[in-house]
Design a protein around this ligand. Sequence first.
Ligand code: SF4
Ligand code: SF4
Ligand code: SF4
Ligand code: FES
Length: 944
Amino acid sequence: MNKTRQVDLGTPASSGADAVTVEIDGLPATVKAGSSILRAARESGVDIPKLCATDSVKPFGSCRMCLVEIDGRNGYPASCTTLVEAGMKIRTQTEALSRLRRNVMELYISDHPLDCLTCSANGDCELQDMAGAVGLRDVRYGFDGENHLDAPVDDSNPYFQFDASKCIVCSRCVRACDEVQGTFALTIEGRGFKSKVSAGIGENFLDSECVSCGACIQACPTATLMEKSIVDHGMPDHKVVTTCAYCGVGCSFQAEMKGEQVVRMTPYKDGQANHGHSCVKGRFAWGYASHRDRVMQPLIREKTSDPWREVSWDEAIGYAAKRFKEIQAEHGRKSIGGITSSRCTNEEVFVVQKLVRAAFGNNNVDTCARVCHSPTGYGLKTTLGTSAGTQPFDSVMDADVIIVIGANPTVAHPVFASQMKRRLREGAELIVVDPREIGLVRSPHVEAAHHLPLLPGTNVPVINALAHVIVAEGLVDEDYVRERCDVDSFDAWKAMILKPENSPEEVANVSGVDADNIRAAARLYGKARNGAIYYGLGVTEHSQGSTMVMGMANLAMATGNLGRSGVGVNPLRGQNNVQGSCDMGSFPHELAGYRPVAEDSVRHQFENHWGVTIDPEPGFRIPNMFDAACAGEFKGMYIQGEDLAQSDPNTHHVEAALSSMECIVVQDLFLNETAKFAHVFLPGTSFLEKDGTFINAERRINRVRPVMKAQQGKDEWQISQELSVAMGYPMHYDNAAQIMDEIAELTPTFNNVSFAFLDDVGSVQWPCNDAAPMGTPIMHIDQFVRGKGLFVETDYEPTKERTNRKFPLLLTTGRILSQYNVGAQTRRTANNVWYGEDLLEVHPHDAETRGIRDGELVALASRKGDITLRARITTRVKPGVVYTTFHNPETGANVVTTEYGDWATDCPEYKVTAVQIAPASHRSGWQEEFAARAEQQGKIVETN
Ligand code: SF4
Ligand code: SF4
Ligand code: SF4
Ligand code: FES
């Protein structure tokens, strides 16, 4: 049998609390009430044969393989659909049962190609296993009659194939698509002998609604649905459990290997964030790790107009250290800084921020969270006391009303979206606050009770209006507020929120959302037994990002929706380790655990441990670094896994800043856009080579385990350590576990964390210390971390970015499912088949008045710059709003975005840019320059 196959208990776990004792084949078995007999038997070590049942979906009872005998009952009930009852006496192996099962198997096998030896599922096929289990030796019915053996193979999907000749029509795939993924892409078409699995009438998988999550493949007991990587390379021989390196859901996967080669990634059933589910990125889009574009040798060059020169690690690190020291000698200690990466492990991040503080001697360290969730840190810390979300993902299963604000979970956090959709199908109500009609607003069996299609930039008035209704209509949980919150702050907030400008009618004028719609949504949330808020970058990436985060915390406190399961304020954090990179002390004003660098006691703890003096002055944030660079005061940057040139706003300004620096060191997998401005390139490692931890959006610390050694010769923490040593500050880590030990020692919320502990318990949510030895799934249970919850007044200060006659439309940006962020990884996979270029969504009305046609080039211009891209005419956006993604560097979406940012954290206002659009016939000037630079970039002189 395949050595990587995960345990299958036949039917889902029962949620029942009581225990029931039955007798199975003469032995007592105690299981949860509500368990199926099949599951009870399997939990007790008795494998009843099965085909149509699997523990990820509800039982169906169609194959008749799992029949049992029960004392006192007639016939042979299916054990997958029959629940245990106290005292039941069950027999799973009798002569009659064997005969029945053999008969069933004979029928299956008589319409199945008997090519087991050459089948890609050989050794991992449940049909093959069952034939063995029931002792099938002979098939009485020949293959002469009508059969499906010539059914065609659908190999349209880049990652898996559908070989209909091997299908036993058990419908596990259909149920997985419905129940686990919630896409409802598959059906069983036809009846009886003619029944077959269909991905849509006359459609192949690629053209269907299928989103390639892989749930059906996972569920399929035969080789019908099969990964192409397995067809090509054969079955894996070992596995390593690790964590996906894409989004903040933090799914656990089995990397399934043949020797040092990964042949498949399968979602890990014991993964506490994903419970065995996945999306197309984590499941399939890992090929970038071995893409030919990956740089394997360090590179240096004197000037950015020179070709790159391949050098040894020692030369590259020595050169970077020498240049940084020279710059500091000439321009001062604060003239250089570093950026940590939310793609890297906590351990790698921790070493970089330590390098900056201890070896560079300043606090000029920042992270890409600056441009995504820094307002979350500020807003939740101010109101509740902790810079992180309040709930585990599983909490959503207890929510009755769910508000999704400025997030598009089905594309950006797909596995969590599937879980949320499950809860919605069970009856929870949904409110979507978003300028666009995102997928959640209307999808199979899910429909939002209210969609509030607000104008970009008007989150704060809308949250204030929701609060206004709740306060005005007596929906405040007064007891909760009096007991748990700072009452003075509540009274001040209440007075502010009741001002006429916060009424739904007034806010309707500002936001474009109908007042009745706001009122109805407020009542729904305000009256919910459990109301939960989930939000994303559509909240934070505004000039009022922090105000809005606090507005949501105010609303949740006012309604008593914090501190238990089913409620909370939950950021859907973007990158795999954005939570961790913040936790690790990547901000210029905070050391690990969000403790101020300006506070003597905090600094002294680190100083004593590190044997160095730490600057008490907070350092530069990323935008400050760019401004100082343009002013000639900031000259060098060490950039770990972050493509600033593509991902930061106002590209012209970013490029001017990067061009002005004397030494930029980029550490990455690929020569990214920022590397075009770099002098030293240090090749990084993919997640498959990393040893460490990532922290997901629910504060869960997950292990990342190496499945192969560092392909370019060094772990990333080693590279940073060697740079530190070369700069004159010694570091002595032998492995990543030692780094985590130091993090745990220096960070109160991580005190009990170690690799050994995580390997033992699987994963844990911080805080994890003596007060919470097994971690803290739900925050603020008895009291808020800051003591009393603080209400903060959230007066609306509109953005300075305004529409006018020249720029009458509002541009907002977002993501799609198959690409990820700046696309460095996904663009180097077959995911391009779904989305090869960034498109501009335009409402038909705006398109018509400008003569823009679907699929044609349009010029998109703002006060900052202009680009061209293709139009997609759609009513998903409302008139006056256009929308695009930023996955492709050649599009240059950030050429048009502005330098405005959140008042508290400088998080850029990506979501609101005043623009104009017009038909176009050629690329913009910036795009021409980009193409020229791309040509230069590729030049490498090999010297070793
Ligand atoms: S494709 Fe697989 S899971 Fe789906 S019905 Fe056929 S055999 Fe069953
Ligand atoms: S890959 Fe996912 S979405 Fe596609 S058919 Fe299978 S279960 Fe459904
Ligand atoms: S949901 Fe996120 S973490 Fe999970 S597989 Fe997809 S990209 Fe990876
Ligand atoms: S496994 Fe129970 S009827 Fe198929």
